[in-house]
Write a new protein. Structure first.
Length: 197
């Protein structure tokens, strides 16, 4: 039997020059959340926030069997489409747009929110997309370290008016044994991953 050697998330981010590792150090979190055997089972991955496009290539290689869908408000991001990656233009806070994208491509095995980082957008996206994450699927929110900054619509505390505060409440429900659709969470600096029951 031939053993397939896989690049880790960190190795892929270096190869593809994304900021997900060198700036944020998300590699260990992603590799712990998505071990090699799980990566092959992902069929539909949505990333909120395409920006310059390298993360679409990252997800194509990290989830080798998945169709990747990226959304962004910048029409120029359409240029990053490929045979395995579709890009749709619209806002992550636009409920109708998110529903259209989900109707076209979903439901989702993985959703990654690397969009505006604004509290209101993170919460709006989560509320619309979480119901369309498959059982056993994951919802990831990156760059939570900015959630308390006023320019991202937050406040300095961990109150309900920050994405960190909102997600912390979900974690508290999980840990308190409240009925929850979240069965597992992975939390690290600036990133949280929720697995759906």
């Amino acid at each position: 039997m031939k053993t397939v050697t896989r690049l880790t998330f960190s190795e892929l981010t270096v190869d593809l020059e994304t900021d997900k590792q060198f700036r944020h150090n998300y590699g260990p979190t992603y590799d712990m959340t998505f071990p090699s055997e799980l990566r092959d089972s992902v069929r539909k991955c949505l990333e909120i926030g395409v920006q310059w496009g390298p993360s679409l290539r990252l997800w194509e290689r990290y989830f080798p069997e998945a169709q990747i869908v990226g959304i962004d408000i910048n029409p120029q991001c359409k240029q990053f489409e490929s045979p395995r990656s579709a890009v749709r233009i619209g806002s992550q806070s636009d409920v109708a747009f998110l529903q259209e994208v989900t109707q076209e491509f979903g439901p989702w095995d993985v959703v990654i929110d690397d969009g505006s980082h604004r509290f209101s957008d993170i919460v709006a996206s989560f509320k619309v997309l979480w119901p369309h994450v498959l059982s056993g699927g994951w919802y990831v929110v990156e760059d939570l370290q900015v959630s308390g900054q006023a320019e991202f619509g937050g406040d300095p505390g961990l109150g309900e008016n920050t994405s960190s505060g909102y997600l912390a409440r979900l974690l508290n429900e999980l840990m308190a044994g409240s009925p929850s659709e979240i069965v597992r969470s992975v939390v690290a600096a600036g990133i949280v991953c929720f697995q759906k029951k």
